[in-house]
Ligand binder design. Structure first.
Ligand code: 5RP
Length: 220
C-alpha cells in the first residue's frame, strides 16, 4: 500500500456512524473517500460535504450521500491532504486549487484531520509556492500588492489556459523564500482587496496522520 493510501485509510477510522464528514480534495484524500465509499456500501451512514466539484463527482460515483451548508452549519470531522506540514502542524494547501472551500470546511469541522505522506513534512513552510485565490477583477493590481509582501507570484495555468477555481476566481502561486511567521502572512494576504483566501492553514489541524522512515503510521 502506498503512503497516501495508508494515511487516507487510517483517517477514516475516526469516522463514526451518523457523522457529517468534510471530504478533501487531491490524490491523498482520494484514498480516504474511496474507503468511505466502501464503508457506506457496507452500511455506514454518513453525509459528506465535498471541498471541490472534483470530490463531489467522486463521492457521487461512490454513492456517498452528500449535504450542503444550507442543511448543516457544522461538520463532525473533515479529512483533507496538504502540500506542506510544518512542525507546528501549520499547512500550505491549495495545490489542487480547492483552498477556499477546504478552509471553510476545515473551520466548520469539530475535528480537522490532515493526511500527508512523508514528502509533505517540512521544517519551515515555503518551498511549495503558496496558492492565493484572487478575484478576476483587478487581479494584476492584487498581484502587485501580494508581491509587496515579499513573494514572486505566478498566475496558475492549466492546459495552456488560466486556471479558474470552482468559485470562478484565479489563483496566484506565490514563492516566498521561507515563511517565518505563517499567521502574520496569512492575515496580511487576506487584508489585500481582491484576495479571497490563501492556502496557509495556521493552527487549524487537530491531527496530522503521516508516515515515518520505516513506513509506520505516525499520528500527531
Ligand atoms: C487541494 C489540496 C490538496 O489537499 C493538496 O494539494 C495535496 O494534494 P495531494 O494529496 O494530491 O498531494 O490542498 O487544493
Amino acid at each position: 500500500m502506498n503512503e497516501k493510501q495508508l494515511v487516507g485509510e487510517k483517517a477514516v477510522e475516526y469516522v463514526r456512524d451518523g457523522m457529517i464528514v468534510g471530504l478533501g480534495t487531491g490524490s491523498t484524500a482520494y484514498y480516504a473517500i474511496q474507503k468511505l465509499g466502501q464503508l457506506v456500501q457496507a452500511g455506514l451512514s454518513i453525509k459528506g460535504v465535498p471541498t471541490s466539484v472534483q470530490t463531489e463527482n467522486l463521492a457521487k460515483e461512490l454513492k456517498i450521500p452528500l449535504t450542503t451548508f444550507t442543511e448543516v452549519d457544522y461538520l463532525d470531522i473533515a479529512i483533507d491532504g496538504a502540500d506542506e506540514v510544518d512542525q507546528q502542524q501549520n499547512l500550505i494547501k491549495g495545490g489542487g486549487g480547492a483552498l477556499l472551500r477546504e478552509k471553510i470546511i476545515a473551520r466548520a469541522a469539530k475535528q480537522f484531520i490532515v493526511i500527508a505522506d512523508s514528502s509533505k513534512m517540512v521544517n519551515t513552510l515555503g518551498t511549495f509556492p503558496l496558492p492565493v485565490e484572487v478575484t478576476q477583477f483587478g487581479h494584476k493590481v492584487t498581484k502587485s500588492h501580494i508581491e509587496a509582501l515579499g513573494g514572486k507570484a505566478t498566475l496558475r495555468q492549466m492546459d495552456g489556459e488560466i486556471f479558474i477555481s470552482d468559485n470562478g476566481n484565479y489563483i496566484y502561486d506565490v514563492k516566498f523564500e521561507n515563511i517565518m511567521d505563517a499567521k502574520e502572512l496569512e492575515q496580511a494576504l487576506n487584508l489585500i482587496p481582491g484576495v479571497v483566501e490563501n492556502g496557509l492553514f495556521v493552527h487549524m489541524a487537530d491531527k496530522v496522520i503521516t508516515v515515518d522512515k520505516n513506513k509506520q503510521i505516525v499520528i500527531r
